[in-house]
Each structure stands twice: as structure tokens, then as C-alpha cells.
Design a protein around this ligand. Structure first.
Ligand code: 6GU
Length: 230
């Protein structure tokens, strides 16, 4: 899989790719990530990328030409899925992460300023938001999307089962987990987990996942119940 990220702040993106699982995924060739500073594609004398809005108003608007030039500089851009990061996009979730992880090539644009020249939207396939709050720019949102995709590529997580079992992949939150010590400040690990009865443990975990989802995320619980009927 190849991912190209178009940004004005490559230094916000690059360090996040050089640690932990994202580092592993790139180092072992599961994914090829390229970060491009699209200011370099501005045709203006001072390499400007924004301008004041027609019709007046506060703030600056991202200009179309540096973005489109940068997009066209990417090899095979015609065949890539092109994503625009914006709080106006569809809300991101695990199902969308799973769909995106099946693409061979993704290009992601991180915006800044008050907004995009509306014509930029014509060059992109999908607009994504990571939730109902506003960030100063799309970089952190793009990193969230990239991380969620990369960990789904087979082989990236050393234990392939763990991506399948996580919260949301089956519409339930994850069950409670424990590790050593058995007792910490009077708080004990549930006996069932020490019993060695694998079936009983699986049953307990499932019930705890359902209980936790019902309490913490009634919206997900309702979705889970509806899916069960199908
Ligand atoms: Cl994709 N961008 C910005 N600037 N803010 C956001 C967002 C994206 N998703 C949620 N908030």
C-alpha cells in the first residue's frame, strides 16, 4: 500500500511515522508513506498557498493551484483514492478504516486556514472528518486516519488476531484485561481468568464486552443488537 500526504507542515507528520507500529509498518515495507510540502507547488512569486476570500470576510482560504499541482506530481495519482481532511466531511469510524485499508494507493490532503477554495473539492473523491470538534489543521486528523489504516494491513500487528478482536471491529467495546500482579493494593484479578477454562473465559469476556458496551456506549449497543437480528 502507498500513502501520500499533502501538507504545509511535513514536520508535524514525519516524527509520528518514525516510532512504534507506524515505524515498523514502513520499515518492513508493509506501507510506503510519502509526505509532500505542497507549498513547493505554488506558482506565486512568494510561494503563497492562501488568499483572502472573494466576497470578503475574515480569514484566509487555501488556493486551488498549489494543491492541484502537488496532486498531479504524484505518480499514478489518477488511480489513487483522494481524501480531503475537513470537519465538513463524513465522520470517520472503524468500518471506514477497514474499507480504506483495502486501497492500493491513497492520497490525503491536510488543509489549514479558514477553509478550502470550493473548487479543490472537485479533485477529491471523499471528505473525511474525525469527529465533531474543530482542529487548527488537518494533520492530526490525517495521522489518526493513517494510523487506523496501517494497523489493519495484514502483518503489521505481530498478532494478526488482535486487530480482529479490538473494540469496534465487532461493534462491541473490548473486554477488561489484566496482567501481573494477581493482587495490587487489594484489587484482585477476576478468578475466572486464572481458572484455565478457555471456554468459560471466552464466555466471560464476551459478556463483559456486552455489559461494558451497554453502559458506556448505548449507541453502539443498539447497533450491535440490530446487527444480531440480521
Ligand atoms: Cl479532518 N480537520 C480539522 N481542521 N478539524 C477537524 C477534522 C479535520 N476532523 C475533526 N475536526
Amino acid at each position: 500500500m502507498r500513502i501520500d500526504i499533502l501538507t504545509l507542515f511535513p514536520d508535524m507528520i514525519k516524527p509520528a511515522l518514525s516510532h512504534s507500529m507506524m515505524w515498523r509498518a514502513t520499515h518492513y515495507g508493509f506501507v510506503n508513506i510519502h509526505v509532500h510540502d505542497f507549498r513547493a507547488f505554488s506558482e506565486s512569486k512568494h510561494k503563497s498557498v492562501d488568499d483572502s476570500p472573494y466576497g470578503g470576510g475574515a480569514g484566509m482560504v487555501l488556493r486551488v493551484e498549489p494543491v492541484v499541482n502537488a496532486l498531479r506530481s504524484i505518480e499514478n495519482h489518477e488511480h489513487a483514492l483522494k481524501i480531503l481532511m475537513t470537519p465538513q466531511g463524513i465522520t470517520y469510524n472503524q468500518t471506514r478504516a477497514e474499507t480504506l485499508s483495502k486501497n492500493e494507493h491513497i492520497i490525503i490532503l491536510c488543509g489549514h486556514y479558514e477553509g478550502y477554495d470550493e473548487r479543490i473539492r472537485d479533485y477529491f473523491d471523499v471528505e473525511i472528518s474525525i469527529g465533531d470538534y474543530v482542529l487548527t489543521g488537518g494533520e492530526i486528523a490525517a495521522l489518526a486516519v493513517v494510523d487506523s489504516i496501517v494497523r489493519l494491513i495484514p502483518g503489521v500487528l505481530s498478532n494478526d488476531a488482535s486487530a480482529q478482536e479490538d473494540s469496534f471491529s465487532n461493534a462491541l467495546l473490548e473486554y477488561p484485561q489484566y496482567t501481573r500482579p494477581r493482587v495490587y493494593e487489594g484489587k484482585s484479578v477476576p478468578d475466572i481468568l486464572l481458572s484455565g477454562h478457555h471456554e468459560e473465559i471466552a464466555k466471560w469476556r464476551f459478556e463483559e464486552a456486552v455489559r461494558r458496551t451497554k453502559i458506556r456506549r448505548p449507541d453502539l449497543y443498539q447497533q450491535y443488537q440490530e446487527n444480531k437480528k440480521k
